[in-house]
Design a binder for this molecule. Structure first.
Ligand code: PLP
Ligand code: ZN
Length: 408
């Protein structure tokens, strides 16, 4: 590996709206002028991917806000498979369709990508306490990485979070606190309590978390022999993941490694679709909705903190934000399980549901390559299937043979 270029001593975050830079304050990464989440600022620099590196963070180091990677902190995140969805392609006559299967991450969701980079940053800055506001995947991811690094971890939860949902983070023994009150406000409150107690809340639109999500984009670029696919379809809630993925391809374009970025398609559940609603109305700002109602709990954020950034970036890059009904999401989840053998959660299947909708409006070219990001495992959200019906045959040992004769 070539020697790393010296990074500037002073680190900055930038506001996309005010176009201003601010010195890094990891405990409060919001624009003091307009309140928007700040993104990491990189001075202009030639960058490359280190293809000989197996660890995805080391491979992408030039594009990350880190000086080096501490391999003692990794849980084996990333390097997830790209799987051709031949069954669904054939059924719907789609051009080449692939799934980037993020369910194979250490805590079974894409959140590990962002947590890994935020954790590297935390440890490099000597931070001892980390936290997040989450009910699901991000809580599990932050708890697991916090345990690996030996940091104190605090998880702030909705008052009504079920015990089952908590188990995948509780097993790592973080401090779990249920907070009564508006969940959207809890997100912002976490930063003020974080500042006073020196807890780094690496929440959904944390600037280092977002940089971690870029690595998925770089892996996709490498899967396609250093080319961009034509479409990337991704479920959207707070917006952090989509912002990171778009930034990856914008970085590659800036470095002259690709000519054109993919068309990004963000998908929300119709029952909680504030960003899709703003997009279809042509607004440049997202209006918070009162309460989300969808089976896709992972993408049910009525007040998405990254929503305005998503809208701006999607417009600048000719993408789309669309919505899908619960029925479409549920049927997409079953298609992925039954045609492709992939059990992802409803929040992830929203990507396929979105593609179905897009295909009714867009004429794909036969040579197009489409990638769905399957963000999290179905095993993490079994409650979504509580009302699923399926045939269950019963027989006795002597009658098993005749039952099989009937079915095969
Ligand atoms: C499974 C799953 N998919 C997608 C998302 C949406 O990601 P973001 O909030 O970064 O938009 C989440 C968020 O929690 C999730 O859990
Ligand atoms: Zn601003």
């Amino acid at each position: 590996m070539k020697p790393l270029r010296e990074r500037a001593k002073m680190e900055y975050l930038e506001c996309l709206f005010c176009q201003k830079k601010f010195p890094l304050n990891i405990f409060n990464p919001f624009c003091p002028d307009c309140g928007a989440p700040l993104l990491y600022f990189y001075p202009p620099q030639n960058k490359e991917l280190y293809l000989d590196k197996e660890n995805p963070l080391e491979r992408a180091l030039d594009f990350l806000p880190l000086n080096k990677v501490n391999l003692n902190l990794t849980l084996g995140e990333g390097n997830t498979p790209l799987i051709k969805l031949s069954g669904i392609m054939n059924q719907f006559n789609f051009p080449s369709l692939y799934a980037k299967n993020e369910t194979t991450n250490p805590t079974y969701s894409f959140k590990d990508r962002g947590t890994a980079v935020a954790l590297q940053k935390a440890v490099s800055l000597g931070i001892k306490n980390i936290g997040t506001v989450s009910t699901g995947n991000m809580a599990a991811s932050t708890s697991a990485f916090g345990a690996k690094a030996g940091l104190k971890t605090m998880i702030l939860l909705k008052e009504d979070t079920s015990r089952e949902k908590l188990l995948s983070s509780a097993i790592h023994s973080p401090t779990l606190i249920k907070v009564k009150g508006d969940y959207g406000k809890l997100f912002y409150k976490s930063f003020s309590v974080g500042k006073s107690h020196r807890i780094y809340f690496m929440n959904s639109v944390d600037p280092f978390r977002i940089e971690g999500y870029k690595i998925t984009g770089f892996e996709i670029f490498l899967h396609f022999n250093q080319k961009a696919p034509d479409y990337i379809v991704v479920p959207v809630s707070s917006g952090g993941h989509l912002i990171g993925l778009m930034r990856a391809f914008l970085d590659l374009k800036k470095q002259g490694l690709i000519q054109k970025t993919p068309t990004f398609v963000g998908v929300q559940a119709k029952g909680c679709s504030p960003i899709a609603q703003a997009f279809s109305s042509g607004y440049s700002r997202v209006k918070r909705i009162q309460k989300g109602r969808t089976i896709a709990h992972g993408i049910s954020n009525p007040d998405p903190p990254g929503g305005n950034i998503v809208l701006q970036m999607i417009k600048e890059n000719n993408g789309f934000i669309i919505d899908s009904t619960d029925k479409q999401i549920s049927s997409a989840q079953k298609s992925l399980a039954q045609k492709e053998g992939i059990f992802c959660q409803a929040s992830s299947a929203a990507a396929l549901a979105g593609l179905y909708k897009l295909s009714s409006k867009t004429q794909f070219k036969p040579e197009d390559r489409i990638v769905l990001i399957l963000t999290g495992s179905g095993l993490k959200a079994m409650e979504e299937l509580s009302s699923m019906t399926f045939p269950l045959h019963k027989t006795s040992l002597p009658q098993l043979e005749s039952l099989l004769n009937h079915h095969f």
